[in-house]
Design a binder for this molecule. Sequence first.
Ligand code: NAG
Ligand code: NAG
Ligand code: NAG
Ligand code: NAG
Ligand code: NAG
Ligand code: NAG
Ligand code: NAG
Ligand code: NAG
Ligand code: NAG
Ligand code: NAG
Length: 706
Amino acid sequence: MPPSLSASHPTLVVSRNASAVPLPGGAVKLEKHLDTPRPSNKRRMLFLTLGVAGAVIFMGFLAAFLPVYFTVIRKPTSSSIASGSATPSPSSTTSSSSSTSTGTASPTSSSAPAPMTGGDGSVITLSDGSTFTYRNAFGGYWVDDPTNPYNNSARAQSFTPALSEPWNYSLDQIRGVNLGGWLVLEPYIVPALFEKYQNVTASAALPGGQAVDEWTLSVAMRNDTSGSGGIEQIEEHYRTFITERDFAEIAGAGLSWVRLPVPYWVIETWDDEPFLAKTAWNYVLLAFKWARKYGLRVFLELHTVPGSQNGFDGSGRLGTVNFLNGYMGIANAQRTMDYIRYIVEFISQKEYEDVVPMFGIVNEPLLEVIGRDQLTRFYLQAHDMIRNITGIGKGPYIAIHDGFQGTVSWKDFVPGSDRIMLDTHPSVFGPGALVSNLDFPLSFWASVGCIAYSNNQSQYDFGVTISGKFSGAINSCGKWVLGVGQNSTSVDCDVWDDWRNWTQPMKDGIKAFVMSQMDSMVLPGYFFWTWKVGNSSVTGKVEAPFWSYKLGLDNGWIPSDPRDALGTCASLGYPQDLPWNGTYKPWQTGGTGAGTIASTALASFSQYPPPSLSNVNGADPTQLPMYTATSVVPTLSTPVFASATVTEGDGWADAADTSLAVVQVAGCVYPDAWGPPAGSTAVVCSGPTATISTSIAVTQAAYGIT
Ligand SMILES: *[C@@H]1O[C@H](CO)[C@@H](O)[C@H](O)[C@H]1NC(C)=O
Ligand SMILES: *[C@@H]1O[C@H](CO)[C@@H](O)[C@H](O)[C@H]1NC(C)=O
Ligand SMILES: *[C@@H]1O[C@H](CO)[C@@H](O)[C@H](O)[C@H]1NC(C)=O
Ligand SMILES: *[C@@H]1O[C@H](CO)[C@@H](O)[C@H](O)[C@H]1NC(C)=O
Ligand SMILES: *[C@@H]1O[C@H](CO)[C@@H](O)[C@H](O)[C@H]1NC(C)=O
Ligand SMILES: *[C@@H]1O[C@H](CO)[C@@H](O)[C@H](O)[C@H]1NC(C)=O
Ligand SMILES: *[C@@H]1O[C@H](CO)[C@@H](O)[C@H](O)[C@H]1NC(C)=O
Ligand SMILES: *[C@@H]1O[C@H](CO)[C@@H](O)[C@H](O)[C@H]1NC(C)=O
Ligand SMILES: *[C@@H]1O[C@H](CO)[C@@H](O)[C@H](O)[C@H]1NC(C)=O
Ligand SMILES: *[C@@H]1O[C@H](CO)[C@@H](O)[C@H](O)[C@H]1NC(C)=O
């Protein structure tokens, strides 16, 4: 049961004089970003400007230098109008929109609705009456059991464990796709939503009259009072972009997992945050339901956090990093920790643990800005909080992202922790960025994947290590892949962006690139980014084709059986130089020793909040603005099953977890949690537990985004 408001409020601290202006920093932050590349961009530019001549030399040194020169995609880049629990109630409140299906009814008592199941060729009828045929050449079958909505008998493929069976990370390969762009909107994945708002009346909240991230998109939609305007457009997108049919097709494509990015605003929004609050949660519940029906496992991941963890557009707001960084860094981290807690409370319920065996706590935090020490402490704190809820050896794997530092630097991370897994995103713009002609041999593309993408050593050094994001992108082409209005300058993109005209050698090259990555990430596995890319409203077609699994599947550059990737590297003359022997240490998979954290790690990282924070001009983190845990916990709704005879959990696995939710300390004026405007002065609230003698001049530069 979620905790309720307790009578014992902690002593309140504070009062401050900084002004909290609605949507104040947007213009500043946006301009800063667009004008001035962040450090990561500089690296990328260096890489891209090596030029064609460099490509030849580069190839010779590929093996030696690849890890150095490759750089991840850094797309720099949330709330609510309603605050707290008073959020708009979503139009679809039930997540159990039922569908019936004509498969084989299992024999049951004549009065109860029969559990339905079916394999290849069976017909599924959706709640709107439409039908489709389930295609699965891999021996998978779906299960739709009206009397038991938690029936975990479905199996995605014959070679994949049913949900009711254990997953062995040494043996069972994860072949997954992301459901990017569904519940977290990104311009290059769903361009049509953004294209509509590229030329509207500019305002402080909408600099340039342009939607560049979900924040500005939400502002623009809310301000659009025309018949086709309004924030409801986002729910229409949720309703149509990914549907039950996609889950069926994912299983039919030979895939066994989905990685599901969710925004923090599935829970709530605060103050001026313009995002559509809570509604997406109903679709998360639908995703769980459909995953269960088609035998898919879900790697759920928190893709956006308050203040932004990386400043990328996919974090909800393009601009600065205010999570665990800068003046509001601790406060935003407090709020984030709460959101992690609520989600873990939900997915750790027995009804969900088999369907959601993995939870990514913060997607792609920008370590180079936040700092390794700070991030490590947050990760350990989150681990302890989560395992307090689930118990040791139980509950989801906790996925942490490598912060774009590669896997090597995470060697020996917190020994004795309980099932922390490392999520690395080897999405790179390959050497294709260096060339303008298309004549590289297949073996060239394959070599990139075979050499650069192996996680094998990390299975020994860290423990379970997966690739949560990779793609077919051999260069940075694709509309808005680098952000709204940003073009790749390295290649002639016209030829790459119009996938209808790709020649067979082009398709073969991309396929070789994809398959070589799959082969080198064979165990424990990978997640392609992303299942689907939406059409541009301008051209009526996909404009970022490298990133769509479905498009590649339909048009020949994604293998129709992902198992075909096995052996790609060896067959092209890139034998595995590092075969992993398939054995984790017992503690790394929740066995003996898990939960007994090495004393050296405790000594180094257990103090939290961190003793120092980046970009606060040396201020003591304990004296920075903080929230206080005095509010009622916002609850996540549970599904309603009309005909079910089973009892539904209350959304909260651990009744002993009665901590309250953080809120602003009454009477205290906080700086903008998304980045104090340049030149403003923040004075921390003064009181018995938090005082600071001098005011802190908040400048943009202090955030490391110069
Ligand atoms: C789940 O559904 C399958 C397929 O209809 C059925 O055989 C099985 O008995 C059900 N299992 C449970 C636990 O209800
Ligand atoms: C997982 O698979 C490996 C490799 O086959 C095997 O050694 C190990 O015993 C299995 N673990 C479990 C828990 O079954
Ligand atoms: C933007 O809107 C203005 C005013 O409505 C119009 O004059 C201009 O042509 C538009 N620009 C584009 C690129 O659509
Ligand atoms: C909303 O649109 C009007 C013009 O239609 C404009 O004056 C106002 O600044 C806009 N508000 C925001 C928050 O963008
Ligand atoms: C976990 O529980 C222990 C014991 O109840 C408590 O001392 C500790 O503060 C908790 N840790 C976190 C991070 O919640
Ligand atoms: C980016 O490319 C598109 C399509 O070719 C073009 O319309 C647009 O003007 C370019 N933008 C910039 C900033 O170069
Ligand atoms: C691709 O082919 C279509 C016709 O099928 C043509 O209209 C278009 O211009 C071509 N695109 C490029 C980049 O050549
Ligand atoms: C995109 O447009 C094509 C036609 O160009 C259509 O076949 C396809 O269904 C559309 N995709 C989506 C997701 O609407
Ligand atoms: C990694 O190890 C697995 C398991 O031993 C092996 O099948 C695979 O080929 C290895 N990959 C590389 C790139 O060495
Ligand atoms: C796998 O390699 C590790 C590290 O070298 C070693 O400790 C372990 O014993 C090996 N396991 C097997 C089954 O060979």
